[in-house]
Ligand binder design. Structure first.
Ligand SMILES: Cc1ncc(C[n+]2csc(CCOP(=O)(O)OP(=O)(O)O)c2C)c(N)n1
Ligand SMILES: [Mg+2]
Length: 908
């Protein structure tokens, strides 16, 4: 061989005939490969790597730009020789898995027979069963493993499989199984998907809105490290697992935060990406290879990637394939074509895949049955075990397992690898019989007609095996158990300072909330539990003092001397830092909020997240994560800062929030407040701590704070502390009553947030210039008032003969005289939702329309929420009641300087 090479090399390449050149290339390549084989045999993989790296940089020094490839050959990452021995009984496990497959399928079929259209999914779990079962039998550690317990984000649409397993484990009854997706029946049935709100003893993590499970799992793993590094939770070997669909990777939330995991070296995080190559409508990437694409993305982001593409039956062929023809064929095989083989089986594979003489030669000895055994890796427990073992012992990086499976595996003509399989909810008797045969289930033809569920007998091998495995692994999964002890709310006196007037010092509510935080950070019971979270906005909110005081969490501490180290408030990162400074990611910050706000359930630690963000980028940007927080029973405080469409001056349309309180209305367990003053904030935060951490209520809070500085008046003197507290928390109290007791014309003015100052100014103008005595009320929460009104209305409807009840707002305003006018920095619809429940009509002023870059005064004029517009609205309301001449209103309008032809902020 070398002689040939030598002879050829003596010639000038450019002079060679094409045939000679081809020969030279071939021989030359073989020489290189043989050298590499020699190095591998004598020096091992380590040495091979060194040499390839040296070659690479040598080539680069010669100006050769090597093509960048972040994926590897399209074969399994773990070589057959490196696979560990399977520690379980494969036969028994197969029977258990197959029974779960049956029950999961039967459950969906039953539900849809009983109630056509009720829905459910068979194909997702069918593709993932082996992935989960290897986990359940050998890896997933249950709650009694304590610090070593795993937290698992199960793929939402695979839920029938987990119910089917819990049924075998005797954790669910027949009646519950029969009531899948019927949660309003008796007994209560099973939730469609993992919802802690609906099944709080079973589910911990809502995963069904695609993309949320993945991002939440990353921040969960990071938060677990944070708790360990801060000494709040014992260091352990527990993992966070996330099962993700390949279609789900289209969601930006899925891949958007993966580098957070690698940067933080989260080797406590394992993702199992079920690559069944299909999503709902069709292939994820029919013209390419989703596994290869994802490998490139994850490797490029610093993850450990383990591909489980091909089942064991392929190993023999790969070994025999000395020319590399099989790997080349794998690499040109696009997913859309591959789907055909899964759908049409062995004959299709034989015909279309093995399409060259070389490939045909490889399978010359194959029977039809042999072709059928050429399976995808994710259905091979030996391969899956090897991957899980490698993933859980890998150090220094998060791992993603890319498992190749078939969507609807085993469903045969009812949907296996068909484009319609995701939606398939009904199998007829023939299809069920085929399913039974495929999985060798001990079910008779007669039984099939009733699509029954099966359990192994108590003393059967399978039942004993299944239970013993879970016992050895620390109990059942999924299971949610709250073990946190209540924490006593801070004493009322803790917040006394906020009850006082600020004297001649102007203070914004943003400053107040920061001061409340600082106060809590000095309180012995609470200081360690507070978790401030910011998406790169600490300075915007005046929080930078906390950098130095409590530090910013970094798993590696601070490897540099910060540029501002000479400052008192320098940028301090440390391993036990308390602040989660997340960078510019509201989605990531919200994921941390959820991790911290559910730590009471997942770790038994009562951490209290305070997530401070630009209020505009909360509900409308990450509303779905807020919804997931609610479902997760998250506790904590969302602080929408720089809030208020006219309070945030200058920033304009994209920044000025005038609707987050409207968007907060739909979240049932969220209490939202738009406080005007320090004393209100202090009362609300203390009560929040009491309800969430002392009483262990599964609610959370949304508070808006603004950056407008004004005098803080302190608690009003005309109310007792108890009256004030009741009013602030219920959402309404009389802040400044009119002193003109005998005036004929009267009005009730309602203000919220910083617009309260406009209302107070209007009160003065009305009294001084128009003889209208106006009482001023602070509305801290339209949502709370509205909720209470709805409860009351409903109670009265359901008990029509009983003495009618009155809502808090109605009761409070029943004897209030004059017209009602409300103004806030939010949409008019906010007061409007309450108006129907009040004793009198209420006129609403608010900030409907797009924001503008302007100064506060001009903005409030433009949006018609300043004092003069409140005055005009009041006079107009009085005129409508016939208490004032219309001409008085018209001249007041002119006197106030309001142009009737001014722009309409809603349209202009
Ligand atoms: C945010 C969001 N959009 C759409 C859906 C509807 N949906 C449910 S499953 C699904 C396809 C899932 O495909 P894949 O992630 O590949 O999971 P597979 O079932 O194939 O394992 C879609 C579009 C959803 N649940 N969430
Ligand atoms: Mg899929």
């Amino acid at each position: 061989m070398t002689d040939v090479l030598d002879q050829l090399l003596d010639l000038d390449r450019s002079q060679l005939e094409p045939g000679e050149l081809q020969e030279l290339n071939k021989v030359e390549l073989r020489e290189w490969l043989e050298s590499l084989d020699y190095v591998l045999a004598s020096g091992g993989p380590e040495r091979v790597m060194q040499i390839i790296e040296a070659l690479e940089s040598h080539a680069e020094r010669h100006g050769i730009a090597l093509p960048f490839e972040s994926d590897t050959s399209y074969i399994n990452t773990i070589a057959p020789a490196d696979e560990p021995e399977y520690p379980g009984d494969l036969e028994v496990e197969k029977r258990i898995t197959n029974m779960i497959r049956w029950n999961a399928m039967a459950m969906v079929v039953h539900a849809n027979k009983a109630s056509p259209g009720i829905g459910g999914h068979i194909a997702t779990y069918a593709s993932a069963a082996t992935l989960y079962e290897v986990g359940f039998n050998h890896f997933f550690r249950g709650p009694s493993s304590g610090k070593d317990a795993d937290l698992i984000y199960f793929q939402g649409h695979a839920s029938p499989g987990f119910y089917a397993r819990a049924y075998l484990e005797n954790r669910l009854s027949d009646a519950q199984m029969l009531n899948f997706r019927r949660e309003l029946g008796e007994p209560r049935g099973l939730s469609s998907y993992p919802h802690p709100w609906l099944m709080p003893d079973l589910w911990s993590f809502p995963t069904v809105s695609m993309g949320l499970g993945p991002i939440l799992s990353i921040y969960q793993a990071r938060f677990r490290r944070y708790l360990e590094d801060r000494g709040l939770y014992e260091k352990g070997s527990g993992k966070v697992w996330a099962f993700v669909g390949d279609g789900e990777t289209d969601e930006p939330e899925t891949l958007g935060a993966i580098r957070v995991a690698s940067r933080a070296k989260l080797d406590n995080l394992v993702w199992v990406l079920n690559c069944n190559l299909q999503r709902l409508d069709g292939p994820v990437y029919g013209n390419g290879q989703i596994i290869q694409e994802l490998e490139g993305i994850f490797r490029g982001s610093g993850w450990n990637v383990i591909k489980v593409a091909w089942g064991s039956a392929w190993d023999e062929l790969l070994k025999k394939d000395t020319t590399g023809a099989l790997i080349r064929r794998f690499e040109e095989l696009v997913d859309g074509e591959s789907q055909r083989y899964a759908a049409f089986g062995g004959p299709e594979l034989k015909e279309r895949f093995f399409n060259t003489p070389e490939l045909k030669e490889l399978v010359a000895h194959f029977s039809d049955a042999d072709f059928n055994r050429l399976n995808r890796g994710g259905h091979d427990p030996v391969k899956v075990y090897a991957a899980f073992e490698a993933a859980t012992s890998h150090k220094g990086q998060p791992t993603v397992i890319l498992a190749r499976t078939v969507k609807g595996y085993g469903m045969g003509s009812a949907g296996e690898a068909q484009n319609v399989t995701h939606q398939q909810k009904k199998l007829d008797e023939n299809e069920m019989r085929a399913f039974r045969d495929r999985f060798e289930l001990p079910i008779s033809d007669e039984q099939i007609a009733t699509n029954p569920f099966f359990r192994f007998a108590d003393d059967s091998v399978e039942n004993k095996y299944l239970m013993a495995r879970r016992e050895a692994l620390g109990g059942f999964q999924p299971e949610r158990k709250v073990v946190a002890e209540p924490v006593k709310a801070p004493a009322e006196e803790t917040f006394d300072e906020f009850m006082e007037a600020s004297g001649d010092r102007t203070v914004s509510t943003t400053m107040v909330i920061v001061n409340i935080l600082r106060k809590l950070l000095r309180d012995d019971d609470w200081k360690n539990l507070i978790v401030p979270i910011v998406p790169d906005e600490a300075r915007t909110f005046g929080l930078e003092a906390l950098f130095r005081q409590i530090g910013i969490y970094s798993p590696v501490g601070q490897l540099y001397e910060p540029v501002d180290s000479a400052n008192l408030l320098y940028y301090k990162e440390s391993t036990d830092g308390q602040i989660l400074e997340e960078g510019i990611t509201e989605a990531g910050s919200m994921s941390s909020f959820i991790a911290a706000g559910t730590a009471y359930a997942n770790y038994g630690v009562n951490t209290v997240p305070f997530f401070l963000y630009y209020s505009m980028f909360g509900f409308q940007r990450i509303g779905d994560l807020i919804w997931a927080a609610a479902d997760s029973r998250t506790r904590g405080f969302l602080i929408g800062a720089t809030a208020g469409r006219t309070t945030l001056a200058g920033e304009g349309l994209q920044h000025q929030d005038g609707h987050s309180h409207v968007l907060a209305l739909p979240v049932p367990n969220l209490l939202s407040y738009d406080p005007a003053f320090a004393h209100e904030l202090a009362i609300i935060v203390r009560e929040g701590l009491r309800r969430m951490y002392q009483e262990q209520e599964d609610v959370f809070y949304y508070l808006t704070v603004g950056n407008e500085n004004y005098l803080q008046p302190g608690a009003p003197k005309h109310l007792s502390a108890a009256e004030l507290k009741e009013g602030v928390l219920n959402g309404l109290y009389l802040f400044r009553p009119s002193e003109k007791k005998r005036a004929k014309l009267r009005a009730q003015l309602f203000g919220s947030g910083s617009i309260m100052n406009c209302v107070l100014e209007a009160q003065e103008i009305l009294e001084r210039d128009y003889g209208v005595a106006a009482d001023v009320w602070s509305v801290t929460s339209y949502k709370a008032l509205h909720r209470d009104a709805l409860i009351t209305e409903r109670a009265n409807r359901l008990e029509p003969a009983a003495e009618p009840r009155k809502s808090y707002a109605y009761r409070t305003l029943e004897n209030a005289k004059g017209v009602f006018v409300a103004a806030s920095d939010y949409l008019k619809v906010l007061p409007d939702v309450l108006a129907r429940h009040l004793p009198k009509p209420m006129v609403a002023l608010g900030t409907d329309g797009f924001g503008r870059s302007e100064a506060r005064e001009e903005l409030r004029d433009f949006f018609e929420v300043d004092a003069k517009h409140i005055v005009l609205a009041t006079l107009q309301a009085l005129a409508q009641e016939g208490q004032l001449e219309v001409s008085v209103v018209a001249s007041a309008r002119d006197a106030l300087g309001i142009d009737p032809h001014k722009a309409d902020p809603y349209h202009d």
